[in-house]
Structures are given as structure tokens and as C-alpha cells.
Design a protein around this ligand. Structure first.
Ligand code: ATR
Length: 264
């Protein structure tokens, strides 16, 4: 039986096992997918297990998407460009680090028919998933990308890689067509992001990478003020579908049943 894992810290709330095990069963694959709480010091040991084929693949989540890089043999072009790995596998005796968050975000935007071309985008946060979001937005032809993070230094570090990025002080709001919450603010039901919704005006797209809760205060308020909203559920599903394709070479089905699986 093949064995797959998602590693992270915390990991308790990860829905990856539910989704992957659903597809594994649906496709009659002899495999299992589990979650594992890790410390940074444990990463090397896990990679060795992939080398020894005791584990067949891993997904990597917060906070290890970058930390895992020194332990793999090779990065795909996308993982190298973003310095972010969320999917690991062995190929031709080498351990490969790949990134499926990029395609996940692209397909999620396609899913809601949102055309990024020539749009002004404002990103909140500078954590692990942000380089993948920036790369997708650039590829899709965004006119301008602004970014704000509580710890400004982290935003400035991103600007070293993506020179066109406009850095905004935390608490300030530039003009935008689409705003993306890529912070962890919203995971707790009472979390608020300070924004002047009245001033921002209606008809913008508010996108939250968080999908649990399904409507953060950021999205709830945006809707009240007449904006379009989307949570990170489809991004999560599409990144998983892409990892599944890499490991099993099967395009898994995304239908209402799959989507409902993630409603806890
Ligand atoms: P990591 O930074 O380890 O990759 P992450 O969950 O991907 O983890 O990122 C967390 C993001 O949420 C960061 O942008 C973080 O801002 P800091 O860089 O200043 O820590 C942001 N964040 C978390 N709690 C926040 C809060 N209370 N207010 C504002 N931003 C917050």
C-alpha cells in the first residue's frame, strides 16, 4: 500500500486527508493519506523515508513550505521561482519539490470567471502562500500588485524578488479591483481586518485564502457593502487535484460531492 502525508504545524485542521482519501477510494488506488504534526528537525527524516520509498509523497503546509527546500534534491521551475514547495515526490531516484499552489490559485480564479488582466490587486500578508499568488497574478497579466504586511520587513523581502511590487504600510489601503487576504486573520471567528469598507466602495472582488470558516468577517463585511466574494476552498481543492495528478497520474473528479466534503 502506498503512503502519503501532509506535514505542517499546526496540522490538526488540515482537510487534505479527507480529500485525498476520497479520491483514492473513488479511483480504487491501494494507498492511504495521513496528516503528521512535525517539528522542523523532523523534516530531514521524512525526506529520507521518501528516498527509501517508505513514504510515496508528501504535501507540505505552513510553516514548512520554504524550510523543506534544502532537503530535496531538485526543485521544479515553479517551486524555484517561488521558493515554496507544497508537494514532494521521488522521480528517477531524485526527491523533487514542486508547487501546486500556483495552478490551484489560477484555476480557482477561472472557476469564478475572474479575469485578472489589467486589474489592480491588493494583497494582505507575506506568508508562505504569497509568492505563489504573486506569480499567478503576474502570469495572468495584473496591471499592478500592491502588498501590505504587519511586519514590513517581510513585505520588503518579497519586493527583492518581485521588483514591481508596491509596498503599502499596514493599515493603509491603495486603490484596487481585487483584494486578497493571505494573512491568518480570519481563522478565528472574531478576527477582524481593519478596512474602510464604505470608502472602498462596491463591486470589488474580495478573495480570502481561508476557507474554514467559509465566510470570514473580511468576506461577510465585503458582501454587505456590495462586493463579490470568494473563499480559498477551490484553490485548496485544485492544488490537491494537481498533487494527486503528480502522484497517481489520474485527474481526480471535482464535483458537488467533492466540494461538500470540505463543509465540516
Ligand atoms: P508564515 O509567515 O509562517 O508563512 P502564514 O500563516 O503563511 O505563516 O502567514 C501568516 C501571515 O499572517 C503573515 O503575513 C502574518 O503577518 P506577520 O508577517 O506580521 O507575522 C499575518 N498575520 C498573522 N497574525 C496577524 C495579525 N494579528 N495581524 C496582522 N497580520 C497577521
Amino acid at each position: 500500500m502506498k503512503k502519503y502525508l501532509v506535514i505542517g504545524n499546526p496540522i490538526e485542521h488540515s482537510l487534505s486527508p479527507k480529500l485525498h482519501n476520497h479520491w483514492i477510494k473513488q479511483n480504487n488506488i491501494d494507498a492511504m493519506y495521513e496528516k503528521k504534526l512535525l517539528k522542523e528537525i523532523d523534516i530531514e527524516g521524512i525526506i529520507i523515508e521518501i528516498k527509501k520509498e517508505k513514504i510515496d509523497g508528501i504535501n507540505v503546509t505552513v510553516p514548512f513550505k520554504k524550510t523543506v527546500i534544502p532537503f530535496v534534491d531538485q526543485l521544479t521551475a515553479l517551486a524555484a521561482q517561488t521558493q515554496s514547495v507544497n508537494t514532494v515526490f521521488k522521480k528517477n531516484n531524485k526527491i523533487i519539490g514542486d508547487n501546486t499552489d500556483i495552478i490551484g490559485f489560477e484555476l480557482a480564479l477561472k472557476h469564478i470567471n475572474y479575469d485578472v488582466k489589467n486589474k489592480k490587486i491588493f494583497i494582505l500578508g507575506a506568508g508562505g502562500v504569497v509568492p505563489s499568488i504573486i506569480l499567478t497574478l503576474k502570469k495572468l497579466g495584473a496591471a499592478k500588485i500592491s502588498l501590505s504586511n504587519r511586519t514590513k520587513k517581510k513585505a520588503e523581502n518579497l519586493k527583492k524578488i518581485y521588483s514591481n511590487l508596491e509596498i503599502i504600510d499596514w493599515g493603509e489601503t491603495p486603490d484596487f479591483n481585487m483584494i486578497i487576504n493571505a494573512t491568518s486573520l480570519g481563522l478565528k471567528i472574531d478576527d477582524e481586518i481593519k478596512l474602510d469598507y464604505a470608502d472602498i466602495g462596491p463591486n470589488k472582488l474580495f478573495y480570502d485564502v481561508i476557507y474554514n470558516p467559509s465566510q470570514t468577517n473580511f468576506l461577510l463585511k465585503a458582501k454587505q457593502f456590495g462586493n463579490q466574494i470568494a473563499n480559498g476552498k477551490m484553490m485548496f481543492i485544485y492544488q490537491a487535484q494537481s498533487a494527486f495528478k503528480i502522484w497517481h497520474n489520474i485527474l481526480s473528479k471535482i464535483d458537488n460531492e467533492t466540494i461538500k466534503l470540505l463543509d465540516e
